[in-house]
Write a protein that binds this ligand. Sequence first.
Ligand code: G4P
Length: 537
Amino acid sequence: MPDTAPQPSNRPPLPPEIARRRTFAIISHPDAGKTTLTEKFLLYGGAIQMAGQVRAKGEARRTRSDFMQMEKDRGISVSASAMSFDYDGHRFNLVDTPGHSDFSEDTYRTLTAVDAAIMVIDGAKGVESQTRKLFEVCRLRDLPILTFCNKMDREARDTFEIIDEIQENLAIDVAPASWPIGQGAEFLGCYDLIHDRLELMDRADRNRVAQTVRLDGLDDPRMADHIPPRLLEQLREEVEMARGLLPAFDRQSFLEGHLTPIWFGSAINSFGVRELMEGIAEYGPPPQPQRAGREVAPEETPVTGFVFKVQANMDPKHRDRVAFVRLASGHFQRGMKMLHVRSGKQMTISAPVLFLAADREVTEEAWAGDIIGIPNHGQLRIGDALTEGEPLRFTGIPAFAPELLRTARAGDPMKAKHLEKALMQFAEEGAARVFKPAIGSGFIVGVVGALQFDVLASRIELEYGLPVRFEGSQFTSARWVSGERTAVEAFAGANRGHMATDHDGDPVYLTRLQWDIDRVARDHPEVRLSATKEPAV
Ligand code: G4P
């Protein structure tokens, strides 16, 4: 049996309120079943009252939060980038990751706010391109990963083949937490290898949790009451092989990101979901220390947190802006005065929002590991730290240089000023980079994936009533310039045709040639060009 202590042995015990928190994200290739699984989590967590199929399809729904789309489709009020709910004595904080590959930067930042990830794969398709990309991001942060192999009620690949593919493609050990019995039309359920019990799927009712039959191991004669002889023989053979060939679950190795436990199931049939939730509760990491120059431990008394996402115009009728803050330490209470480290100003957090159960609610308190929303008028930006006085700077929440640049033009030239305001707003939200060239007028907008231009254009039109065009720019790359102030100013003065400032006012060098970037590195050792920018303090 694995060690089920909530805290790895080399750390002091956490206060129980913190120890019971699990903050995680779900990553998957589109269509693997992330939305369906999320919905079942919310259902079991009591956050929604009914489940059904989420209908919306196509690109549009992936361009914004899947949670928001669920709200639209289902008339349920989730409307947030984070949802909290209680399950089995634990508080789960589930952070939404955007579904589309074009939003990798946003996804990267989202993953800075979680302690673990669930990787959903489609049993027929195995490891897909987006799974691999997201997995790599998790690996950069050594996040522990739990795997859910979904759609076992359809024709799936051979179980060993799926596990091999994960091990080989993602270079991680896989320990089966459950083993499927049959597949496709013959899929009956799973044998739970951790608890030695049989889980049977109820096909008649998709919203009912599987029936659990407690048995004394695989040789229990009562197995034959539930499984036809051929499948039973196959199950015994496969489990014996799996136990011989594959690593057993080891919590430490999982917490270090070297091993992933895998559950097999069918989200749409509510099968395997509860076991997965129990897995997160039992083995998943409690809130982890965060890097901020020094390590900020969750059990520290002073409250600290950082902004990992800003969402504007959640309600188009009110120009509201919500900063999502991951609490890194302490016990937060409503009305607290906190230092906004970047500006050096005190902020009273009077209306913190917790996205709990079916509502967005003003919360009286929150603990390290929680995600709170702070409504504000634009003071809070991605990467900002809030503390009780210490000038902390959380690291690892970089901005990435955009890979595509275009010039933004207002459809109506009289509205150029309005367009500037809209663009700045999206820049602060982190939806795009906006650069103001040193020479000439207009703005250059940079994104990571081409689809973001379409999303931006439609949001600017929808939320600001401004038609906008994105046209080809003479530049293709952007690099932040840093160094001694006088050196940067001299460099900027000598290269005015290439210079711009970002929405923070920081200098940026624009070019169309890698050769130019190499030349600057060679000829100007006094300045540094960089493709990422850690948020300013
Ligand atoms: P995503 O968020 O990862 O993109 O996936 P989503 O949950 O939307 O699921 C994608 C499709 O897969 C959905 O079908 C969903 O009903 C289906 N699905 C999810 N889990 C299971 C499962 O366990 N078994 C089976 N058989 N299907 C599952 P859809 O949107 O209704 O499309 P379609 O089925 O009408 O083509």
